[in-house]
Design a protein around this ligand. Structure first.
Ligand code: IMO
Ligand code: MG
Length: 433
């Protein structure tokens, strides 16, 4: 059995954390491979809520190996805070169950600063980033200016590598943005202790993951963000700066595509988006408000608290994500929310001038011009949050699942009806087959 890659099929916030947590019951090893602490993966275990930004969701099960791969941009301060927070809540986090790749690029204070300054400077053309330094850190990675985890855990090397990079950053800060420089000694005082704390966790994921898969271990790749935020295939320029599609698991964790057996696409029963950019099925303000506030956890950003834009399930966009990531199966989340709306619409195609499109167009700029073609689905109006068996779903909800499977062309293997672990309908013997 090879690895499972999970991919968000929309613009992030598909409920990946919860789905990954459920699959992690069956997994030996859970891996983050792209993005950084722009992700916010919410989990409810019993009456406890957790939000994880960097550490893979499997950390809450004892005995699981969690790995942060080299494709992640890692803010050491945030990682240490997350470790400390989890420990304070009784979750064991040690080099036994958490490994971070020495090759992961660091997010440092000037990246966060530059993310905010750049957003301000762009004015109306801003992306609406999480301002966590993600874009500037990936720019440095590709521009060969990154400091990596390996640099952080060697104090001399960090001192030496930081000096010229910081000189360059300070020129940009002062000459482009008119901002005060960042102090070299203060950075050393902040980051060198982090290097000491994180050193025991540092390792090499390439031999470990390949050996694990070859030995038949169950490896689960935890996607962050969503396929529509992919830096190449997403709705550019309103995207994040990493490869959020399934291929990112290979480039960000040192595992070849021959080792991936299954790609699970995770989608909400409707659509949301945070930040700027086109959104064809965005609902009218009253309906969006209703969706946003329905259910036990509203549609507000887990990372930034921003209200999410809400709208209907968009089949042409999902078809694009399914193709670009080779999705084999689907997990549908937040079906319970649709119990609270008085009509349910699904966009099954677009009109663009005289043309009908079945798949979202390659040019993301056209997305703001398409007109969605909707089908209405009968509502069911019954609370789904206590249902754990498919047979107990009202016929309207079953019909919704059947029609989505038809439109998207992939089987729905998991259905989530609430934030809790047990609020999940699993339509497969084992998720690893
Ligand atoms: P999870 O993993 C939703 C969005 C931001 C912004 C764009 C670029 O929780 O699904 P960035 O800070 O990455 O440079 O911002 O991407 N974005 C997300 N939206 N969920 C996320 O992660 C996101 N991560 C980034 O809102 O529009
Ligand atoms: Mg999020």
């Amino acid at each position: 059995m090879g690895a499972i890659v999970t991919v968000g099929c929309q613009w992030g916030d598909e409920g990946k954390g919860k789905i990954i947590d459920v699959i992690a019951q069956e997994a030996d090893c859970i891996v983050r491979h792209q993005g950084g602490n722009n992700a916010g993966h919410s989990l409810r275990i019993g009456d406890q809520d957790y939000v994880l930004h960097l550490i893979p969701s499997g950390i809450l099960y004892p005995g699981r190996r969690c790995i942060i791969g080299a494709g992640v941009v890692l803010d050491p301060l945030v990682l240490w805070e997350e470790i400390t927070h989890l420990r304070s809540r009784g979750v064991a986090v040690s080099p036994e169950n958490l490994m971070i790749s020495g090759n992961a690029s660091l997010i440092l204070s000037y990246h966060r600063l530059l993310d905010g300054l750049d957003e301000e400077a762009r004015g109306a053309a801003r992306v609406g980033t999480t301002r966590r330094g993600i874009g500037p850190a990936y720019m440095d990675k590709v521009g060969r200016l990154s400091l990596r985890v390996f640099d952080l855990i060697d104090a001399d090397r960090f001192r030496e590598r930081l000096r010229p990079v910081l000189q360059h950053k300070n020129r940009v800060l002062s000459q482009v943005y008119g901002h005060a420089p960042v102090n070299y000694d203060e950075m050393l005082a902040t980051y060198l202790p982090m290097g000491e704390k994180l050193a025991p966790f540092v390792g090499d994921e390439v031999p470990e993951l390949n050996a694990a898969i070859d030995a038949g271990k169950r490896v689960l790749f935890e996607g962050a963000q969503g396929a529509l935020l992919d830096v190449t295939y997403g709705t550019y320029p309103y995207v994040t700066s990493s490869s959020t599609g399934a291929g990112g698991a290979c480039t960000g964790a040192g595992v070849g595509p021959t080792k991936v057996e299954k790609v699970l696409g995770i989608a909400k029963a409707y659509t949301t988006r945070v930040g700027e950019g086109p959104f064809p099925t965005e609902a009218d303000p009253a309906t969006a408000d209703l969706i946003r506030n329905a259910g036990p956890i509203g549609e507000f950003g887990a990372t930034t608290g921003r209200p999410r834009r809400c709208g209907w399930f968009d089949v042409p966009l999902i078809r694009r994500s399914v193709m670009a990531s080779g999705v084999t199966h689907l997990a549908l989340t937040r079906l319970d929310i649709l119990s609270e709306v008085s009509i349910i619409k699904v966009c099954v195609g677009y009109r663009l001038g005289r043309h009908r499109l079945e798949v979202a167009p390659a040019d993301a700029a056209l997305l703001s011009q398409v007109e969605p073609e909707y089908e209405e689905i009968p509502t069911w109006g019954v609370d789904l949050s206590g249902i754990t068996n498919e047979a107990d779903l009202p016929s309207g909800a079953r019909e919704y699942l059947r029609r989505l499977e038809d439109w998207v062309g992939r089987p729905i293997q998991m259905v989530s009806v609430g934030p809790g672990r047990r609020q999940t309908i699993i339509r497969a013997e084992s998720l690893f087959s």
